[in-house]
Design a protein around this ligand. Structure first.
Ligand code: TYM
Length: 334
């Protein structure tokens, strides 16, 4: 008998254009996992409502995230690629798990504290229980692996806690899901301005988007912060230089990286050439993806079909889990 494939789940919020961080933190692993695992990948439209209550551009943003995933190599015939709100039982499990999540632990979550700082005028209950909804997304498929970037590590730890609590109280239904990056540490793609990470919302000039035009990529890379160069051989690299090397690791060949590393250690690195090389390697990497996005995006019929196909696979999986959940909880009276 064929061995049942292990289950993988992950998601991306439709709050803007996807960028290099989304690719190397998450999507690259989706593509690598789609053959060997049973995969559920979704556009987290419900999560986006916690910070973006205006839904005028939501449909367009959902379609963009779908098209960008597919352009990167995700095959909707292999993985279930769906929209979070198309799995109605998500809301039901979210409600049950909310009864097992404590106000204190939710208030301590780093992303919650960040959002409160950024938007003190909109500290809603959905924001507070964001990690519960994310745990729901994962547990509702009984997934074991969750390919995500470093910034999601704490949410995964919380998902394991909620799974444990449920299992302890009602019976063993959920595996404890692990953040996943092929045996390596989780990735954090740094921003081009020398500090923090690339992100959909903050400072567009320091984030490389998968939809960026070639000249825009060059412009952004050439603006990355450098200095007048090291004066002592083998000096430690400041964070902003380390970050540029980090970006090079993602798209350049090992001999190119080794050359600039050697130049740095010998104090004869030319930062202009260094950034030009990185810019060209970025263009080579991003431009074929951008072309594919531009081809897929206008085909609304295809995208609708992808969503329908994904929802069908997703609902089949959530139905099976929720039947077990209701039985385990004793929410079955006849
Ligand atoms: P989101 O939309 O912020 O990001 C999507 C994915 O991209 C990764 N990522 C990064 N990785 C490395 N370096 C970066 N600079 C970088 N920026 C973003 C994120 O780690 C993530 O993997 N809460 C999630 C969405 C979500 C989800 C889920 C994820 C909802 N339900 C269930 C996994 C499972 C989020 O906001 O991702």
């Amino acid at each position: 008998m064929e061995k049942k494939k292990e289950i993988v789940m992950s998601g991306i919020r439709p709050t803007g254009f996807l960028h290099l961080g989304n690719y190397f933190g998450a999507i690259r692993n989706y593509i690598k996992m789609q053959d060997a695992y049973e995969c559920y990948f979704m556009v987290a439209d419900l999560h986006s409502l916690t910070t973006h209550p205006d839904t005028k551009e939501l449909k367009q943003n959902v379609e963009r995230v779908l098209a960008e995933n597919i352009a990167c190599g995700l095959d909707p015939e292999k993985a279930a690629l769906y929209c979070q709100s198309h799995l109605p039982e998500t809301s039901e499990l979210y409600l049950y798990l909310n009864m097992l999540a404590y106000k204190g632990e939710l208030e301590k979550t780093t992303t919650f504290k960040d959002k409160v700082r950024q938007h003190p005028e909109n500290v809603n209950a959905g924001l507070l229980t964001y990690p519960v909804l994310m745990a729901t997304d994962i547990l509702i498929h009984r997934a074991s692996y969750v390919p995500v970037g470093k910034d999601q590590e704490q949410h995964l730890e919380m998902a394991r806690n909620f799974a444990q609590r449920f299992n302890h109280r009602y019976g063993n239904i959920f595996p404890e899901p692990a953040a996943f990056n092929f045996g390596e540490n989780l990735v954090k793609v740094p921003s081009l301005d020398g500090s923090g990470k690339m992100s959909k919302s903050e400072n567009g000039m320091s984030t490389l988007f998968l939809a960026d035009e070639d000249d825009m990529i060059r412009k952004k890379v050439m603006k990355a912060k450098t200095d007048s160069g090291p004066t002592e051989p083998n000096s430690p690299k400041p964070e902003y230089i380390e970050n540029i090397f980090g970006l090079m690791q993602l798209v350049s060949t090992p001999d190119v990286i080794a050359k600039f590393d050697e130049d740095y250690n010998n104090c004869n690195i030319r930062y202009g050439d260094f950034k030009k090389q990185l810019a060209e390697d970025m263009v080579k990497f991003i431009s074929p993806i951008r072309e594919k996005i531009n081809n897929i995006l206008p085909d609304k019929k295809y995208l609708k079909n992808v969503m329908e196909m994904g929802a069908e696979k997703g609902i089949k999986s959530t139905n099976a889990t929720m039947k077990l959940v209701r039985e385990a909880m004793g929410l079955k009276y006849y």
